[in-house]
Design a binder for this molecule. Structure first.
Ligand code: 76R
Length: 278
């Protein structure tokens, strides 16, 4: 089909991002009154189906992680990622359509996409930053640091756009905004100033290497907040430590506001059922 000239360089209409994946966080609670109405046989069959729907990989999303939620905001959560937002939503609908779906209520959801932040330095920007920080261009130390970044950059890129989930027990999700009020408006600041604050932020994040992994997904235009923050920790105490540490970074102290925190523990579907006494 002939396209009008001004659209000829545009990609075909699609729900699939040109790079990266869609991401949804879903939270559910069991409706015990509804589940009590199940016969023993019905409940046993429903539990088998629940486990199979949450573990089957057929036509499923690229990533699906189940966790047990602390506190009464929810009983369990799913973090689901795929290039196709409908494949993600299908996983959620499929769960609601199981027999146990009649005994589930939805408590919260958050829709976002992955991206490479505009503040992640390119190789050239990283080289310039090394010089700014006092390294002599071409010196062995400069070359070593630059080479290390060249090796790390593609791995980081993949992990930001199409991440593997860490094998750590604790996770925490919260939405956040950068505020827009007089005298503290993130979006009115020069890029160079924002870049400086994000570099400070990244330095304090890197102090938690090996303890915390983060995935920042963007929800501007997609959900009620601007970003979703997913953290995984080797131990839940590091969740507290990193969030406290970052409260002192100007990017968070002055400009960030946060939504509800969902703290949860990675589990299998069977573990969710037995933990919740279903
Ligand atoms: O991607 C990178 O590793 C490059 C450096 C970096 C960027 C660009 C980085 C590093 N972050 C970036 C962007 Mn982050 N981050 C948060 C929170 O609770 C709070 O105070 C804030 C919530 C945490 C805990 C965290 C952790 N970061 C962002 C952005 C997007 C800004 C944009 O694009 O406009 C937000 C909203 C945000 C928020 N960050 C790191 C971490 C950690 C642990 C790191 C080190 C990364 C690593 O080496 O893996």
């Amino acid at each position: 089909m002939n396209r009008p000239p001004h659209t000829q360089n545009l990609p075909e209409p699609s729900v699939i991002p040109q790079e990266g994946w869609h991401c949804s966080h879903f939270y559910y609670a069991f409706d015990r009154a509804a589940i009590q109405a199940f016969s023993t046989d019905q409940l046993e069959a429903a539990k088998v189906e629940f486990v199979s729907v949450l573990t089957s990989t057929e036509d499923g999303p690229e990533r699906l992680q189940v966790s047990i939620v602390s506190g009464h905001k929810a009983d369990f959560g799913l973090m689901v990622m795929d290039p196709n937002p409908l494949t993600i939503d299908r996983a959620h609908q499929r769960l609601l359509n199981t027999q146990l779906g009649a005994g589930l209520t939805t408590t919260y959801s958050f829709v976002s996409v992955t991206e490479i932040s505009e503040y992640v330095p390119t190789i050239e920007q990283y080289a310039a930053r090394l010089v700014q920080e006092g390294e002599d261009e071409g010196s062995p130390a400069y070359e070593a640091k630059l080479n290390a970044y060249k090796q790390r950059e593609p791995i980081m890129r993949k992990q930001r756009l199409t991440p593997d989930f860490p094998e750590w027990p604790a996770t925490c999700f919260y939405p956040m905004n950068k505020i827009r009020i007089p005298n503290a408006n993130w979006f009115m600041m020069d890029h160079s100033e924002r870049n400086k604050l994000m570099a400070e932020h990244a330095r304090s994040g890197m102090e938690f290497a090996g303890k915390v992994q983060q995935l920042i997904t963007t929800s501007v235009g997609l959900d009620d907040w601007e970003w979703g923050v997913t953290l995984w920790a080797r131990n839940p105490e590091y969740l507290k430590d990193i969030v406290y540490r970052m409260r002192f970074d100007e990017a968070s102290a002055k400009y960030a506001e946060f939504g509800p925190f969902y703290t949860s523990y990675i589990a299998t579907a069977e573990e969710v059922l037995s933990h919740c006494g279903i």
